[in-house]
Design a protein around this ligand. Structure first.
Ligand code: 5RP
Length: 225
């Protein structure tokens, strides 16, 4: 196992220990979350835990079911007790960028409906300022060229996310534009600007939302809280 994967595993296993019998658990998306899902599935089987998951992507829903974790639609579930999710970049102030896996719209909806939110990351994702990781923005396909041109005029360095020469389509049917900013000095102002743009469905800035960040290290874990 590579060092990064070992760090992700340490974070994922530590998060699995936070889950109690009877909980409704928000299940994030990504490779770090996959370590959490495996550790959680083991606990469900060994300790006969009765939990249900609310998933943040079609991929996580399929994976959770494959691992034997019961999954409920968010609208059929009561309030989510705790959500465990990954992140692409975090700072020491509990802010972060999510969306490398294109699931941040569903992730933000699940987060908004959770009593507690925990992120699990490897140590390379902790930076003093956000922005090294391109900021994903989910936009509606209609008029996307106009919106991307506006972002370029605002010096936000937008690049439409594509695969095999075609825009990728999110689980909710939208495009993703990545803003290559290098550094974000005023995340709240940028978030407010994006929130006000017609055609923007959601952006990957998660500010003041998380309760604790578990950072996997080669030896174990560290926490930001
Ligand atoms: C998906 C996300 C993921 O949580 C993020 O990309 C981290 O993924 P990984 O654990 O694979 O590095 O925000 O939209």
């Amino acid at each position: 196992m590579t060092n990064i994967n070992l760090e992700k595993k340490h974070a994922g296993v530590a998060a699995s220990e936070l889950i109690d019998d009877g909980m409704v658990v928000g299940l994030g998306t990504g490779s770090t979350v996959d370590f959490f899902l495996k550790a959680l599935a083991e606990r469900v089987e060994l300790e006969h835990l009765s939990i249900v998951g609310v998933t943040t992507s079609f991929k996580t829903a399929a994976r959770a079911q494959q691992l034997g974790i019961k999954v409920l639609d968010i609208d059929d579930a009561p309030m989510i007790d705790i959500t465990i999710d990954g992140a692409d970049e975090v700072d020491q102030h509990m802010n972060g960028i999510k969306g490398g896996g294109a699931a941040f719209l569903m992730e933000k909806i699940v987060a908004k409906n959770s009593k507690k939110i925990i992120w699990i990351v490897d140590s390379q994702k902790v930076h003093e300022k956000l922005g090294q990781f391109p900021l994903p923005v989910e936009i509606v396909p209609f008029g996307s060229g106009k919106l991307i041109a506006e972002f370029a005029t605002q010096h936000l360095y937008p690049i439409l996310r594509e695969k095999d020469g075609k825009p990728i389509i999110t689980d909710m049917g939208h495009f993703i534009v990545d803003l290559h900013l290098e550094t974000i000095d005023q995340p709240h102002e940028l978030g407010n600007y994006l929130d006000r743009r017609v055609g923007v469905v959601e952006h990957g800035l998660f500010l003041d939302t998380v309760d604790e960040i578990i950072i996997g290290t080669s030896h174990g874990i560290e926490k930001i809280k």
